[in-house]
Design a protein around this ligand. Structure first.
Ligand code: SF4
Length: 194
């Protein structure tokens, strides 16, 4: 019998997918000094590999865990140097799926906190919903604790809306991570306009 095509993204069980199992620590792209991946001027790191397989994914090639090049010390040093420019507000992690590449993402976030404290902010996109992350593996929670802003949830094509700030579909939320962790509930980013 022919399999019915899947209509939406995949939905993992808690802890079903791990970075240890999937990540090859590859980077699809690094884009310094851009204005589109969050608030202010930002440096964006696109890690490789994502299992959600959202129909209409904006970065299909980066679903492959071996797309691009390995993350290197040289790239990390470049990111840290770029973030040192006074007009850069912070780093953005995208993919692919940052939470299935926690080895790379935790490493760069920790270095930013060590060198810049909270004078630079860190945003990340993820296909996981906030409530799913709360039930996930310790490395995912460690990464979450290093972030300022999380844009959560799969891209859902039926809810696609190009007028939204920094999101592709209306189910996705821009979440203030420290405030949400402190209150135990999702707190939306205070600068949200739409
Ligand atoms: S979560 Fe993002 S990168 Fe992954 S398949 Fe969905 S849209 Fe693509």
């Amino acid at each position: 019998m022919k399999a019915t095509p899947r209509k939406g993204p995949r939905n993992p069980q808690p802890g079903e997918w791990t970075a240890a199992q999937y990540s090859k620590q590859y980077v699809a792209s690094y884009k310094p000094f851009n204005f589109v991946d969050g608030e202010g001027v930002r440096c964006s790191l696109y890690v490789s590999g994502c299992n959600f397989a959202c129909p209409g994914c904006y970065n299909l090639a980066a679903q492959n865990f071996r797309y691009g090049k390995p993350y290197t010390q040289q790239l990390e040093d470049q990111i840290i140097a770029d973030l040192g420019q006074s007009y850069v507000q912070g780093l953005t992690l995208l993919g692919g799926e940052p939470f299935l590449n926690t080895q790379v993402c935790i490493r760069i976030c920790k270095r930013i906190r060590a060198e810049y404290g909270h004078t630079k902010d860190i945003w990340s996109w993820t296909g996981y919903k906030w409530d799913e992350l709360m039930q996930e593996t310790p490395d995912k929670l460690e990464l979450l604790n290093l972030l300022d802003i999380l844009v959560d949830g799969r891209f859902l094509e039926p809810l696609k809306d190009l007028t939204l700030q920094f999101r592709g579909s209306s189910n996705q939320r821009i979440i203030d991570v420290p405030a949400s962790l402190a209150s135990g509930d999702v707190v939306i980013w205070r600068n949200l306009k739409r």
